[in-house]
Design a protein around this ligand. Structure first.
Ligand code: HEC
Length: 161
C-alpha cells in the first residue's frame, strides 16, 4: 500500500514535471547538467535516508523494527535501479556543477551498472533476512549492505569520508 502511494506520488510528480518543462523554453546544456546532477543526488539522498534508519537501529538509537528494516531495504533495491539510469542520463564532466561524482564514471558506465546491480541484490538479501524478524541476523547483514554502497563510493565518489 505504502509502495503504491509512493509510486503514484512519483508518477504525479513526474507528469507535473514533464508538463511544466514542456511549457518552457528548452533548457540550456548548463541547465540540463544542473538538473541531471540534482536528480542523481536526490536518488543518493534517498538511499541515505533509507539506510540511515537501519544504521540507527544498529547503533541502538532507535528500537529494532524488522518490518521497517525490510521495507527500507526493498526501497533501496528499487532506488538502486535508478543509479545507472541517472548517472547515464548526462555526462556532466565538462560542466561547472557542484558534485562529488568522479569524472571516470562516464568512462565506466558498465561498472556502474554492475555495482548498482550488486546493491540491488545485497538490499534484497538484507530484506529477506529482515523478513525473518531476527534482530541479530538482520543487523549482522548491515555490513554487507553498506559494503555495496562503499564499494562504489571508493571508486567513483570524491573521497571525503
Ligand atoms: C554505483 C555507484 C554507487 C552506489 C552503489 C551508491 N552510491 Fe552513493 N553516490 C555515488 C556517487 C557517484 C555519488 C556522488 C553524486 C554527486 O555528487 O553527483 C554518491 C553520493 C551519495 C550521497 C550524497 C548525496 C548528496 O548529494 O547529498 C549519499 C548520501 C549516498 N551516495 C549514499 C549512498 C548509499 C546509502 C548507498 C547504498 C545504499 C549508495 N550511496 C550507493 C555512487 C554510488
Amino acid at each position: 500500500m505504502t509502495k503504491m502511494v509512493l509510486v503514484s506520488t512519483l508518477v504525479l510528480l513526474s507528469i507535473g514535471f514533464v508538463l511544466t518543462t514542456a511549457a518552457q523554453e528548452a533548457p540550456s546544456p548548463e541547465e540540463r547538467a544542473e538538473t541531471a546532477t540534482v536528480n542523481r543526488q536526490a536518488v543518493f539522498k534517498l538511499l541515505g535516508v533509507n539506510i540511515g534508519a537501519i544504521v540507527g537501529m544498529a547503533r541502538g538509537q532507535v528500537p529494532f523494527d524488522a518490518a521497517v528494516a525490510e521495507r527500507n531495504a526493498r526501497r533501496i533495491a528499487m532506488l538502486a535501479t535508478m543509479i545507472p539510469e541517472r548517472l547515464g542520463a548526462m555526462d556532466t564532466r565538462e560542466f561547472d556543477v557542484e558534485t562529488e561524482a568522479l569524472p571516470l564514471i562516464w568512462d565506466n558506465l558498465d561498472e556502474i551498472a554492475n555495482k548498482a546491480q550488486n546493491l540491488v541484490e545485497a538490499a534484497n538479501t538484507f530484506a529477506d533476512i529482515a523478513a525473518g524478524g531476527d534482530q541479530q541476523a538482520t543487523l549482522g547483514g548491515l555490513r554487507s549492505l553498506g559494503g555495496a554502497c562503499g564499494s562504489c563510493h571508493d571508486t567513483f565518489r570524491v573521497d571525503d569520508d
